[in-house]
Write a protein that binds this ligand. Structure first.
Ligand SMILES: C[S@@+](CC[C@H](N)C(=O)[O-])C[C@H]1O[C@@H](n2cnc3c(N)ncnc32)[C@H](O)[C@@H]1O
Length: 292
């Protein structure tokens, strides 16, 4: 496997227990306020593909809210998918939700020919593009996977450069930025989301654009975020430690990162806020003379 292929096929953060727990704080209420009214307006049996669903907390919540919808969560990480699958009986019993392992860029490896031929009513992603190098290819693929006659592509993306942290964690923010750079990831994916939607062929009038904030404010929200960072700092094989070594951080500097992260978890006045951009894009190829 070439290094470019390995970057395309891996997820830089990994799937440690604390990381999966941090993702599991996410649900449709906290993350999909922009999309829920649109989903409620669709026939109840709509089809939805959740691209890069991770441990599936958003996907499962959607399935609970729309039990007749055919919802498929796909992720390249087999560990994340087996965790999501195991949660179906508890969090989304009596629904049609399914989880599949796969690379969104190779849809025939996880979708049946008839699913590919029909396309989905909704193709959704939440903070997946920012984790994939050259992510315009993923957005283009999402557009292809949406039904040509009115299918929706819905994205919510973080913009890591917009992150506000108190107490300040400048060393941590710097290391994070270096990790993104080392993996060829675009930290400004959030602010470019509308441009990217236009680039893959949506017209501006087909796109509804909004923004909101992803936050870790209560201790229950700060602990999984900080805990996930701490466990990556403790693991010498993690991307965080590899980046720290690559950029010449001393043991003392790594210890400062740990102390600051512990303070972030403990401090009463701590919070993390991240601007997220959101787009709902509607395909209408008939109006465009059958354009793909
Ligand atoms: C930041 S996580 C977001 C998880 C979930 N959407 C959420 O917000 O809780 C990004 C996810 O994208 C997945 N991913 C990265 N590249 C992928 C690819 N090419 N195909 C499918 N999933 C991918 C990763 O494995 C990871 O679980």
């Amino acid at each position: 496997m070439t290094s470019t292929q390995s970057k395309q096929n891996s997820y830089h953060i990994g799937y440690k227990e604390d990381t999966l727990k941090a993702f599991e704080l996410r649900n449709a209420s906290t993350c999909l306020g922009y999309l829920l009214p649109t989903l409620s307006s669709l026939p109840p049996t709509f089809t939805l593909l959740d691209v890069g669903c991770g441990p599936g907390s958003i996907t499962l919540d959607l399935a609970r809210r729309f039990p007749q919808a055919k919802i498929i969560g796909v992720d390249i990480g087999a560990e994340a998918i087996s965790r999501a699958q195991a949660m179906i009986p508890t969090y989304a019993p009596n629904t049609r939700v399914e989880f599949r392992v796969g690379n969104v860029l190779e849809p025939s490896s996880f979708l049946a020919p008839e699913e590919l031929a029909t396309g989905f009513d909704v193709v959704h992603e939440h903070t997946t593009l920012i984790c994939i190098p050259n992510n315009i290819k993923v957005l283009r693929m999402m557009r292809q996977l949406a039904r040509p006659d009115g299918g929706i592509v819905a994205c919510r993306e973080g913009d890591t450069a917009s992150q506000l942290l108190w107490p300040p964690l400048p060393e941590s923010a710097e290391l994070q930025a270096r990790i993104y750079e080392m993996n060829g990831l675009d930290t400004q994916t959030g602010r470019k989301l509308l441009s990217k939607a236009l680039e893959v062929g949506f017209r501006r009038e087909q796109i509804t654009a909004t923004a909101s904030v992803l936050s870790n404010i209560t201790r229950e929200e700060r602990e999984p975020y900080g805990g996930s960072m701490l466990s990556m700092l403790d693991d010498e094989t993690s991307e965080y430690r590899r980046a720290a070594a690559k950029f010449g951080y001393s043991e003392e500097q790594v210890e400062v990162l740990r102390q600051n992260m512990r303070r972030f978890i403990e401090a009463e006045d701590a919070w993390r806020l991240l601007v997220c951009t959101e787009v709902i894009c509607r395909r209408d190829d008939k109006a465009e003379g059958g354009k793909q």
